[in-house]
Design a protein around this ligand. Structure first.
Ligand code: TMP
Length: 233
């Protein structure tokens, strides 16, 4: 399917900005890069995203929520595979896929956050992702209060701009109690400690440029710069 690099972290940790910066960096190096996100990333997934993040859906059942995230993922993986097969037919290089959130988000938000059993989540993650695992996961770690403050400011700013109504319609998780986000952060750090080879923790309190250069170091260390990243996954 290509090489999958995922970005994880609590709300307001800056992962979307960092994903774009890494995408630009890799494209400049000559790689074919596809940027995507969860929930979303496909026509069908973007419709599910709206349901999942709509603050009016406060009463959503935790299992219904879990299944919607997995439905989004199943669709994304299917479409990424089709895209990869088409490239292969054309004899082109496989892509590096940068994904804003992936299976680790489900483990920490629905598992550590909502309390759904890890075995259930692991199994559904495996089914929806067809067993595909990220080669690297960048975990941008930030203290919860700072992250939520940033996320709320982003929502207020965007409410005042033309695109605002879309952003603020996505605030269901940001409205969760501080305690929920604490559990999420702790969950992330725990899974990172269990898989240090794959999950690289980066301090998201640093300046944007500093974080970017740390991420570049991680990617180059993993794949060996400056030679081109390998093809399989
Ligand atoms: P974001 O992409 O703007 O951060 O919003 C996605 C929200 O969805 C975020 O609050 C985390 C949440 N989420 C889950 O709860 N489980 C998941 O599996 C994924 C991918 C995201």
């Amino acid at each position: 399917m290509g090489i999958l690099i995922t970005f994880e972290g609590i709300e307001g940790c800056g992962k979307t900005t960092q994903l774009r910066l890494l995408g630009d960096y890799l494209r400049k190096k000559g790689y074919t890069v596809h940027e995507t996100r969860e929930p979303g990333g496909t026509f069908i997934g973007d419709q599910i995203r709206k349901i999942l993040l709509n603050p009016e859906n406060k009463g959503m059942d935790a299992i219904a929520e879990l299944l919607l995230y997995e439905a989004c993922r199943a669709q994304l993986i299917k479409e990424l595979r089709v895209m990869s097969d088409e490239l292969e037919v054309k004899g082109k290089d496989k892509k590096i896929i940068l994904c804003d959130r992936f299976t680790d988000s489900t483990l920490v938000y629905q598992g550590y956050g909502r309390g759904i059993k890890f075995e259930i989540i692991d199994e559904l993650n495996r089914i929806a992702s067809r067993g595909i695992k990220p080669a690297i996961t960048i975990l941008l770690d930030l203290d919860v209060k700072t992250g939520l403050k940033r996320a709320r400011e982003r929502n207020i700013n965007s409410r005042q701009s033309a695109v605002g109504s879309r952003q603020s319609a996505e605030s269901r998780f940001e409205e969760e109690a501080l305690e929920f986000h604490r559990k999420v952060r702790e969950g992330y750090l725990e899974i990172a400690s269990k898989e240090p080879e794959r999950i690289k923790v980066i301090d998201a309190a640093m300046a944007v440029e500093e974080i970017h250069s740390e991420i570049v170091k991680v990617v180059n260390w993993k794949f060996g710069a400056p030679t081109k990243v390998g093809r399989g996954n």
